[in-house]
Design a protein around this ligand. Structure first.
Ligand code: ADP
Ligand code: TRP
Length: 322
């Protein structure tokens, strides 16, 4: 079984673009791989300086992932800051990382270009990410385009360490998701927090239905035949319905007789039903914060066995163990 690792930055309300774009894929790895997943709150600290917000976002992200299907018994699921060895390894790795390598990080350059005031943490962000991956001896890291360069850096740094001090780390392979479909938002652009066009996964079903009713369409009348492909209502329906249901829905578009209002209602019904079990689980978790803390404590203890073993090797190899 391959060991697959990923970190999720806790960054607010999840939408169905996040789910079908990434989260579902991660959770599906549990079927045939060993999943290592964590809430990357140390990474968030590079940009979030509101203590209450960071705390809440961390717990929310943990509850979201558990509700969406992370199996906390079978998989490794934890909060990054509960494993201090990661920060220790990050320091060790930063001592063999050339400045030039970090200076080439496009995500750092982008953030600076956007006017985000750079701190040292933001600059060394890829070294911490390398530590997350290498300390757990991950074999596969699924990455979107934006994280591809960071993974290459992790590979470079890991290889450099192995060459210098002897084989210590597994060098991870990327699993690049270039072909992930872009989920459209209610205005037809890519669904994104920054465009304000999202359909949230969790939250009040009535409010979600209202959002769905706002999907932008052309002005075709009820009786007119409509093209399903590329229509936001149809594209979203496809994600949450079976093949047969989708085919029947496409027919109703093509034949005419179904207005966009009715199509949206059908979509709302299907979409809410699809996420209903997740929403229930999310509510249960929110009502039991102590349970959630216990799950996270257990997760941290479990993964620390792995990180501890790696760090022992690192301390030996580098001479930190005297
Ligand atoms: P947002 O664009 O809302 O700020 P993020 O940048 O935080 O979302 O994305 C988190 C993850 O969800 C990323 O892996 C990204 O690729 C995925 N994702 C976000 N929006 C979409 C979308 N519309 N379609 C497919 N995947 C998406
Ligand atoms: N940097 C990643 C992001 O912003 C999150 C992350 C932190 C991560 N450590 C990781 C992803 C290790 C994969 C592997 O999305």
């Amino acid at each position: 079984m391959k060991r697959v690792l990923t970190g999720i930055q806790p960054s607010g309300t999840l939408h169905i673009g996040n789910y079908f774009g990434t989260i579902k894929r991660m959770i599906d790895y549990q079927k045939d791989s060993e999943l290592f997943m964590f809430v990357a709150n140390l990474h968030s600290l590079t940009t979030v300086d509101d203590s209450a917000a960071l705390k809440q976002q961390t717990l929310d992200a943990a509850m979201d992932m558990i509700a969406l299907g992370v199996d906390t018994d079978k998989s490794f699921f934890w909060v990054q800051s509960d494993v201090p060895e990661t920060a220790e390894l990050s320091w060790v790795l930063s001592c063999l990382t050339p400045m030039g390598l970090m200076e080439r990080a496009t995500s750092y350059k982008d953030k600076v270009a956007k006017g985000i005031e750079a701190n040292l943490g933001l600059f060394t962000y890829p070294a911490l990410m390398a530590a997350d991956i290498l300390i757990n001896q991950a074999e596969v890291v699924p990455v979107g385009k934006d994280q591809k360069q960071h993974l290459e850096m992790a590979r470079d740094i890991g290889t450099k360490f192995n060459n210098k001090y002897g084989d210590t780390f597994v060098i991870p392979e990327p699993d690049i998701s270039d072909d992930v479909a872009i989920i459209p938002g209610i205005d037809g652009q890519k669904m994104s927090k920054s465009y304000g066009n999202t359909i949230p996964i969790f939250g009040d079903p009535k409010a979600i239905e209202k959002t769905i009713m706002k999907i932008t369409t052309d002005s075709k009348g009820v009786d007119e035949p409509k093209e399903p492909e590329g229509n936001v209502i149809y594209e979203l329906y496809k994600l949450v319905a079976s093949e047969d249901e989708t085919a029947a829905f496409a027919n109703k578009f093509k034949q005419g007789g179904m207005g966009y209002g009715d199509a949206k209602k059908e979509l709302a019904e299907k979409l809410l039903a699809y996420f209903e079990p997740f929403r229930k689980k999310r509510e249960e978790l929110a009502a039991q914060p102590k349970e959630v803390e216990a799950i996270l404590a257990q997760g941290a203890a479990k993964v620390r066995e792995v990180s501890h073993e790696t760090m022992e090797k690192v301390r030996q190899a580098t001479g930190l163990k005297y």
